[in-house]
Design a protein around this ligand. Structure first.
Ligand SMILES: [Zn+2]
Ligand SMILES: [Zn+2]
Ligand SMILES: [Zn+2]
Length: 263
């Protein structure tokens, strides 16, 4: 039996406020189905001896404990909205365990925002306590080579903003987006697994909907697709009944192994 080369763990599948949403008593927020409990959106990509985190959400500490994450070799940021970056301080235990600095990667605008938001991390002032030890890297369109695997930035429209998804091997992760530009579609052919934003059924200015993401799946024709960044409008079981068999809702704790070579 061959061991999987690449394992994707869904750390969170929820929208920016999470599900259940504070103070809400709707059917989904009150549901007993564990798949309706959604922390903020992130995945962990594990291959060989290495692990790469995509986004550090406000729930990162809880997600890392729950998924038994023992190392982080790099962090890729899709963008700098609060639901994707606010757990960054909680990578300190990985600095302690691993020693050295953790490289983080983002587009220029988003690395600027992260540096401003976490000013103390990147300040040269001596601190009496610990702070994350990070090195920032800015990416544009070129693939990011990490430990033998190329992560290709995939430009996406998030309302008026620009964010990135990533293609790695035969998988791609496209969270927050309202549109996939034509030149990005060409980076997404021949996929085994595609994760993509599907907030809800009703239109939203910065997010894709179930209907729109189904159209993207039809055009890109991955073998399997998983919707993520899901809000409390969508109950897991009810929504899946409306979807074709190769399209499912992601859920916290979902793991996808890709056995074949990913290069
Ligand atoms: Zn988001
Ligand atoms: Zn609710
Ligand atoms: Zn966002």
């Amino acid at each position: 039996m061959s061991t999987p080369f690449l394992n994707i763990k869904v750390l969170g599948s929820g929208t920016s406020v999470g599900v259940p949403t504070i103070g809400c008593h709707c059917a989904v927020c009150s549901s007993n189905d564990p798949r309706d409990k959604r922390l903020r959106p992130s995945i962990y990509v594990q291959y060989g001896e290495h692990g790469v985190l995509i986004d550090s959400t406000p729930d990162f500490r809880q997600q890392a404990l729950r998924a038994n994450i023992e190392r982080i070799d790099a962090i890729l940021f899709t963008h700098s909205h609060a639901d994707h970056i606010m757990g960054l301080d909680d990578v300190r235990p990985f600095n302690f365990r691993q020693g050295g600095e953790i490289p983080i990667y983002g587009a220029a605008e988003h690395i600027d925002n992260i540096r401003r938001c976490f000013h103390y991390i990147f300040s040269n002032h001596k601190t009496e306590s610990s702070k994350p030890r990070l090195v920032t890297h800015v990416f544009d369109t070129a693939p990011i080579e990490l430990f033998g695997l190329a992560f290709v930035p995939v430009r996406l429209c998030h309302g008026r903003g620009t964010v990135h998804g990533f293609r790695f091997g035969s998988a791609a992760y496209l969270t927050d987006h309202s549109d996939i530009p034509e030149e990005s579609m060409t980076l997404l052919t021949g996929l085994d697994v595609l994760f993509l934003d599907a907030l809800r059924h009703r239109p939203h200015p910065t997010h894709s909907t179930v209907e729109r993401s189904l159209q993207s799946v039809e055009k890109l024709a991955p073998k399997r697709a998983f919707f993520t960044h899901i809000c409390h409008d969508l109950g897991h079981a009810n929504t899946e009944q409306l979807l074709p068999p190769h399209v499912r809702l992601a859920y916290d704790g979902l793991e996808i192994a890709l056995p074949e070579s990913v290069q």
